[in-house]
Design a protein around this ligand. Structure first.
Ligand code: SAH
Length: 454
């Protein structure tokens, strides 16, 4: 046990799933954000639960050789990139250990199936989309990110995981608001109905360099909006679309339902490999374009298609992976719960001349079962669920379908391991597990897994 509000000097013996350092007093674990394995640190106990505690890092007495000084000047305050004090190799080692640990402890698999994570050559400025909250903080306009576990906005001039365009759009928005006395919709973290601007969103096509800027306000009328448009249009290279979105609700959801294109096109385009995609303000599109190609090509390699197969792509979003599968298979069925995503998927397939893809709106668990009931026999099933993993009904349907191969793409190693255990019990053998680092400087890790029917 530890005692709250007391200081301790501790040795860090491991890294938790969120990248926190772990120290132990007897067998009682204490989680310390910002500490690394092998370090001796001074902490303040901030929480003492029955089975574990939390400490605030006060001082690093003996630093690890893996520690780097983050390039980002906001690293200590920003809630965004929580492991940037690890050098990049150490970040990949940490993610490798994390995936192995889940596979061993949760799935009961041997860890030699886990491959070393594929990292980025240049792990900076990798994102193609950002949503920056705008607020009044201590009498000044702040545009940036939320501080760790809070709704306080930190004003950020430079975010090293975003494209430089995002820094520029934020600066233009800030000076436009200051010049015309346009107020943010929050003041010191509290919703302010007298204010106006809530968020600014920026998307950029990685291969096309086309830029979309979305101004989110809580009211329809925006004074001096033409000056905003002119400043963006004249100063942002590649600007193709400026959209005004109205969201009057005081919730965490960024975009409202009312969109107006106030300059240029309604959508921008981008390519993944040679496939072209239209991107609207609401489209789901992987945020790290360099690693998306790595992820999808790994999935495709694991699917090992010859051109004769029938393939199911569950959780297909806007049909990105579906098109790659379609190009290599006889027939592919994409299933997705969001109707708008399916509309995009159908458009994307047409635009890219993929004629053997069929898309179904509904839950993967229901629609896949329906396809099986209609007598469709899949050779390969690809799943790419959200963090909570697959519904048990879907795993049962996969077992009933008896495909030769299953490819599981996952953004959460814990739920992945849980589902792999179930699939193993239902007659599949897990092959390679390939982590891909889609989110450098954060603890997140994506995995692609190949399974074969026993
Ligand atoms: N494969 C896509 C999208 C993956 S994100 C890509 O790589 O771009 C996961 C998707 O699953 C989201 O589009 C989400 O809307 C969808 N989804 C969530 N729950 C679902 C369910 N029960 N059935 C089908 N789709 C679901």
């Amino acid at each position: 046990m530890i005692e709250k509000n007391k200081e301790y000097i501790l040795d860090i013996v491991g890294q938790g799933y969120e990248g926190e350092g772990i120290a132990k007093i007897d067998s009682y674990p204490i989680f310390i954000q910002g500490a690394l394995t092998g370090e001796k640190v001074k902490i303040l106990a901030i929480k003492a639960n029955k089975n574990f505690g939390f400490g605030k890092l006060l001082e690093i007495i003996e630093p690890s050789e893996e520690r780097v000084t983050p390039e980002c000047e906001n690293a200590k305050r920003c809630g965004g990139c929580s492991i940037q004090h690890m050098n990049y190799k150490n970040q990949l080692d940490f993610k490798f250990d994390r995936v192995k640990d889940c596979m061993h402890k949760i799935a009961g698999l041997t860890t030699d199936l886990v491959q070393y994570p594929i990292g980025m050559e240049t792990p900076s400025r990798y994102r193609n989309k950002v949503q920056l909250p705008v607020g009044m903080v201590k009498g000044k306009i702040a545009i940036g990110f939320y501080a760790t576990r809070s709704h306080n906005i930190i004003d950020i001039n430079k975010c090293l995981i975003q494209d430089e365009i995002a820094d520029k759009v934020a600066a233009i928005t800030r000076s436009w608001m200051e010049k015309y006395k346009i107020l943010p919709a929050t003041t010191d973290g509290i919703f302010d109905p007298k204010g106006l601007v809530k968020h600014i969103m920026i998307r950029k096509g990685f291969k096309t360099n086309e830029v979309m800027v979305v101004l989110v306000t809580i009211k329809k009328t925006v004074p001096h909006i033409n000056e905003f448009i002119a400043n963006i249009r004249d100063n942002i290279d590649g600007i193709k679309s400026i959209v005004h979105n109205i969201n009057s609700k005081d919730t965490n959801v960024v975009l409202g339902t009312d969109f107006r294109t106030i300059w240029g096109a309604e959508k921008i385009t981008d390519y993944i490999d040679e496939f072209k995609f239209n991107i609207s303000p609401v489209s789901f599109f992987q945020i790290n374009p360099v690693q998306t190609e790595v992820l999808y090509s790994t999935a495709l390699k694991y699917a090992a298609l010859t051109g004769k197969e029938t393939v199911f792509d569950a959780y297909c979003g806007t049909g990105t992976i579906t098109l790659f599968l379609g190009q290599k298979a006889k027939k592919v069925y994409g299933v997705e719960i969001v109707p708008e995503a399916i509309e995009n998927a159908i458009e994307n397939a047409k635009e890219n001349k993929i004629y053997n893809a069929e898309f179904l709106v509904g839950t993967a668990e229901e629609k896949i079962q329906e396809l099986l009931d209609q007598g469709v026999e899949p050779d390969t099933i690809v799943v790419d669920p959200p963090r909570k993993g697959c519904d048990i009904k879907l795993l049962e349907a996969i077992a009933e379908a008896k495909p030769k191969n299953v490819v599981y793409i996952s953004c959460d190693p814990s739920t992945l391991a849980r589902d792999l255990k179930i699939l193993t019990e239902k007659g599949f053998k897990v092959g390679k597990i390939q982590p891909v680092d889609m989110f450098p400087h954060t603890p997140h890790i994506e995995c692609v897994v190949k399974l074969k029917r026993k």
